[in-house]
Design a protein around this ligand. Structure first.
Ligand SMILES: *Cc1c(COP(=O)(O)O)cnc(C)c1O
Length: 294
């Protein structure tokens, strides 16, 4: 697959003798944007192979994964069921409206029930309620997803540092597996606690050429600061690259902050993976009364 990579030009990069590139996997697909496309790829093939007609997955009300799964399922002729955390709010937000318009059957679940969603008992109940389905975990991360995300990093992506936003870790795990031993993969988590995440990544990968930088989560997952919104809009105006407020905006703000702090040795090249997520900006803008690019 041909994925565009753009070089970013900013005076501070020149001053520090660094080169920064952005790999635009947000452009891989207009609706199943970015990393979610890679995560779903082999799962859909597997569901097809098993002859299962329904996909069932979980997510929050603004989940990129829910939107992507609904669209991909519809395109491949699957029925899809989305179990949504929390209560129904009408009118539906843009993410859930999009999911429903793409044929996803939405079911809401209390936060306490939702926490039980991976227990065997709970899955039995779901089977009793919905019949046979192919289960895709919250965020879309499983072994097949990691096979897919390994294809994000290609042979000609030879930069010294590969930067990626992190949620469940499925995307960065694939990238770590695809990176060479000359490369360092840097994860920018969108969540505060990363102990569980670090364990997962260890299980999913076989090298240690990666590190997490957790200083840029200012207010936690889904929380957006004024400075982040300003940064995203300014970055879009200057470079014509829209970033999202949950993942890629925080990553890019983090990268440029690290540049300013001389984290990267002179002469290094950096590749930032634009994992997409732009569908989420719409709901975020509506909810907070702010303006984000989409
Ligand atoms: C889901 C998502 C991530 C995180 O991916 P994980 O595989 O869960 O770590 C990063 N960026 C964007 C835009 C996403 O939608």
């Amino acid at each position: 697959m041909k994925i565009e990579t753009e070089e970013i030009s900013i005076p501070i990069l020149k001053e520090k003798e660094l080169r920064l590139f952005v790999k635009r996997i947000d452009k891989v697909h207009p609706f199943v944007s970015g990393n979610k496309w890679f995560k779903l790829k082999y799962n859909l093939l597997e569901a097809e192979k098993q002859g299962i007609e329904t996909l069932l997955t979980f997510g929050g009300a603004y989940s990129n994964h829910i939107a992507a799964t609904a669209f991909a399922a519809q395109g491949k002729g699957f029925k899809s069921i989305g179990i949504i955390r929390g209560e129904e709010h009408l009118p539906l937000n843009p993410t859930l409206r999009f999911a429903m318009e793409n044929g996803m059957e939405l079911h809401y679940m209390s936060r306490s029930d939702y926490r039980e969603k991976t227990t065997p008992d709970f899955l039995e109940k779901l089977k009793a309620q919905f019949g046979d389905f192919y289960l895709i975990p919250e965020g879309g991360t499983n072994e097949l997803a990691i096979e897919g995300t390994a294809e994000i990093l290609e042979a000609n992506d030879t930069q010294d540092y590969i930067c990626c936003a992190v949620g469940t870790g499925g995307t960065i795990a694939g990238i770590i597996n695809a990176a060479t031993d000359k490369q360092t993969v840097i994860g920018f988590p969108a969540i505060k606690g990363i102990d569980a995440l670090e364990k997962d990544i260890e299980n999913w990968t076989s090298t240690s050429n990666y590190t997490f930088i957790n200083n840029y989560v200012t207010n936690g997952y889904g929380k957006v600061s004024v400075s982040l919104v300003e940064f995203i809009n300014e970055f879009n105006t200057s470079h014509n690259i829209p970033l999202d407020a949950i993942y890629t905006g925080k990553m890019m703000m983090g990268i440029l902050d690290l540049v300013g702090k001389d984290y990267f040795p002179k002469g290094s090249s950096i590749l930032a993976i634009h994992t997409g997520g732009l569908q989420g900006n719409k709901g975020m803008s509506e909810r907070l009364g702010i303006k984000l690019p989409s």
